[in-house]
Design a protein around this ligand. Structure first.
Ligand SMILES: [Zn+2]
Length: 444
């Protein structure tokens, strides 16, 4: 699948796998992606043991047994003498070739380390930071779209007659599916469709001709462990409003930069977002539990709810606005053009982790949301987890780093690079929330 952005971790993984195995291969999961502690573990790693690689080698290349690792085998099939060389020499020779080869790729490898059983690969950060921030800012609401999957889908949801919340959940899952399909360049239409799915909670019984069932779990009450049949959507929202008022959500805003005046309109929006998020935060095939403490809920994979995400989204917007206000008052300079920004100033580890996992990783997240083979599968909960992790990472960064500094000459270039990073993160957050049909509230 060809994508708009050439910076794609999946493409890089395929390239490395193909380069080392000598065989064009995709989605083998041999080269793995790290998400945390990237400075120590690298962005990617793989096990060199040949056992792991054997299944993807071409038949004529299958080893006669002399090689213990893919690195030895890499030299072996190129008629290089490996006898007498130790493992480290071989690894150094092959991995240096890999690095050189990656110079022609859009994601370049900078260095490697050899651990006991794994090879860790480290990427050249600055060009990736620069190019991915630019890609997000240039494509805005189209950022993350992949274009080439030219299919038409027809989607429907059946009502669950006993449970209004379950019916709403089915409709939400259908809606997210439509949004994700749009990201893939697919059409959702009643006509000329070969892919017809109906979202239902009933695994038994017939459905309309040519439709395939997508069986989803019901909404359950945590206390009774039964399907929630009494609570209506409107009351569920009312409860959420009450909960939110009680919670005093302002605690997320420690600084005075955005003093929160919780208005009813805002609380209502927040309640709807929270409810939507809850109903989507478990895998569709599983039931989702509502009603009390979510920390004990095994099916709800996220730990932070929509309000935490919306607060952090608003926080990013507030920082950008504050920069612009100060700029208008002449306290901060104009933002230089993005081509003149020195992105090498984004040296903080959290900055790279935000860019790598959430700006570069955004496209991969969209891909994980939808599987067409071997069977159709939609995963809205992946969007929830992604948003939750992004905001957790950002809130740690925000607590540690003062983004808007004094306007001293030596501080300004870094501040400007950070403002551009915030613009890119804002786009990612807005796009991901839009997939869930959640509109961010800009002023909180
Ligand atoms: Zn060999």
């Amino acid at each position: 699948m060809e994508s708009i952005s050439p910076i794609c971790i999946e493409t890089l993984v395929n390239r490395i796998t193909s380069y080392l195995s000598g065989n064009a291969c995709k989605n083998t999961s041999i080269v793995k992606v790290n998400n945390d502690n990237l400075a120590t573990n690298g962005e990617l790693y793989f096990l060199p043991s040949l056992k792991v690689w054997t299944r993807i080698l071409k038949c004529p290349d299958k080893c006669d047994g002399k090689c213990a690792t893919i690195l030895q085998h890499f030299l072996h099939i190129r008629d290089n003498e490996i006898v007498g060389k130790n493992d480290t020499d071989i690894a150094n020779q092959v991995l240096q070739l890999l690095i050189t080869s990656s110079n022609n790729w859009s994601m370049k490898i900078e260095k490697y380390t050899l651990e006991k059983e794994r090879v860790c690969l480290f990427l050249q950060r600055t060009p990736l930071i620069e190019n991915s921030i630019k890609a997000a800012i240039n494509h805005k609401s189209d950022f993350g779209k992949t274009l080439s999957l030219n299919k038409v889908f027809t989607l429907k949801s059946l009502q669950d007659k006993e449970s209004e919340l379950t019916t709403i959940r089915l409709c939400l899952i259908q809606s997210v599916t439509e949004n994700v399909l749009n990201q893939y360049g697919c059409k959702v239409s009643e006509e000329h469709s070969d892919n017809k799915f109906v979202f239902t909670t009933k695994s038994q019984g017939n459905v309309e001709k040519n439709y395939e069932k997508y069986v989803c779990g019901v909404v359950k009450n945590t206390e009774t462990n039964c399907k929630e049949t009494n609570l209506r959507w409107q009351d569920y929202i009312k409860n959420k409003v009450a909960e939110l008022k009680e919670l005093n959500e302002q605690k997320y805003f420690e600084t005075q930069e955005c003093i929160v005046k919780a208005e009813d309109y805002f609380i209502e929006k927040l309640a709807q977002a929270t409810a939507t998020f809850e109903l989507l935060s478990a895998k569709p095939s599983r039931p989702v539990f509502i009603g009390c403490n979510f920390a004990t809920d095994k099916n709800t994979t996220n730990t932070k709810g929509a309000s935490f995400i919306l607060y952090n989204t608003a926080r990013i917007t507030a920082i950008i606005e504050r920069y612009n206000d100060k700029k208008l008052r002449g306290e901060y300079p104009e933002l230089v053009h993005i081509n003149d920004v020195d992105f090498s100033l984004l040296k903080q580890e959290e900055e790279w982790e935000l860019v790598y996992n959430f700006i570069i990783g955004y496209q991969g997240m969209i891909k994980d949301c939808l599987k067409l083979k071997p069977t159709f599968q939609i995963n809205p909960q992946i969007i929830c987890i992604f948003l939750s992790r992004l905001c957790q990472k950002f809130s740690i960064y925000y607590r540690r780093i003062r983004i808007l500094t004094e306007a001293y000459d030596h501080l300004i270039p870094t501040m400007i690079a950070r403002i551009y990073m915030l613009y890119a993160l804002q786009i990612v957050l807005q796009n991901a929330l839009a997939l869930l049909n959640i509109t961010p509230v800009s002023r909180m």
